[in-house]
Write a protein that binds this ligand. Structure first.
Ligand SMILES: C[S@@+](CC[C@H](N)C(=O)[O-])C[C@H]1O[C@@H](n2cnc3c(N)ncnc32)[C@H](O)[C@@H]1O
Length: 254
């Protein structure tokens, strides 16, 4: 049973065509609400706002909600491809061309990798996140620079990577993993709202070891695992590159 059942509803507040909302509620098998009265049980909502599909909790209902943000990050070069610099591209490897992100989430790492010019395929097992990603990638495809350069948005596969990685048509140069690790007990910095909402909706990813084994079996050359700097590595990495409060562990295929 999906973890979001009972916690999530689609919310239509009278703006625009109701049909996409009905279809989304049917695809996810969740209720469709047309107002927020006191009796509503769910804590999370999906709704289109400002042309984007957004995930909201009760706190975000007024503030606006979370969406797959397809704009380059602050400080990132806006031309395509952006330079391959920083710890992430060092971990992906100089010769890497194709990357499968097997834990796509909000797509921020995938999109960063895509903007550096790698060919990216995305896998996400949460049907809710897959809906948000499909909406984001459709918006990305409409961006002027994407059209001008005749680029396709990353391919999105909805399902569990533990199964899907075994059936890839071609082994990618790199499989990238960023599973959800349990939070540190003594909190030093507040995690981002987008990550806390993901944890509240989906829980931790307790099958990281299985996913790591599936990635090592399916990759052509390497697996990169992003983890908080306090977390134990999933295996014995061949190299590690440190970023801000995080680490990219690199495992080369023997
Ligand atoms: C920490 S988030 C990833 C955040 C992402 N790197 C970003 O930049 O937004 C982890 C995501 O991986 C997904 N995930 C975890 N295990 C998976 C698996 N075996 N197959 C597919 N998706 C998985 C979870 O559903 C969750 O959305």
């Amino acid at each position: 049973m999906p973890k979001y059942l009972g916690k999530l509803a689609v919310l239509y507040q009278g703006l625009g065509d109701i049909e996409p909302y009905q279809q989304l509620a049917t695809r996810l098998a969740v209720p469709l609400h047309q107002s927020l009265d006191a009796g509503i049980q769910e804590e999370f909502f999906l709704a289109w706002r400002d042309g984007c599909l957004k995930l909201l909790d009760k706190e975000l209902l007024k503030k606006g909600g979370l969406t797959v943000d397809v704009a380059p990050r602050a400080g990132e070069q806006r031309s395509w491809p952006a330079p391959k610099d920083g710890a992430l591209s060092q971990a992906l490897g100089r010769k890497t061309k194709t990357v499968v992100d097997a834990t796509t989430g909000w797509g921020q790492d995938s999109l960063h990798i895509f903007r550096m010019g790698y060919e990216v395929t995305c896998i996400e097992r949460s049907p809710v996140m897959a809906e948000l990603l499909a909406d984001g990638f459709a918006r990305l495809a409409q961006e002027d620079w994407m059209q001008r350069l005749n680029l396709q948005a990353p391919k999105l596969l909805a399902g569990n990577s533990i199964n899907l990685l075994a059936n890839l048509e071609q082994a990618p140069d790199c499989i990238y993993l960023d599973p959800m690790f349990p939070p540190k007990r003594k909190k030093s910095a507040l995690p981002k709202k987008s990550m806390t909402i993901l944890r509240d909706l989906l829980g931790d990813d307790d099958d990281k070891e299985q996913l790591f084994a599936a990635a090592m079996a399916a990759t052509g050359k390497r697996v990169v695992v992003k983890s908080p700097d306090h977390a134990e590595p999933l295996g014995e990495p061949n190299a590690s590159f440190s970023g801000k409060l995080l680490r990219y562990d690199v495992y080369l295929k023997g």
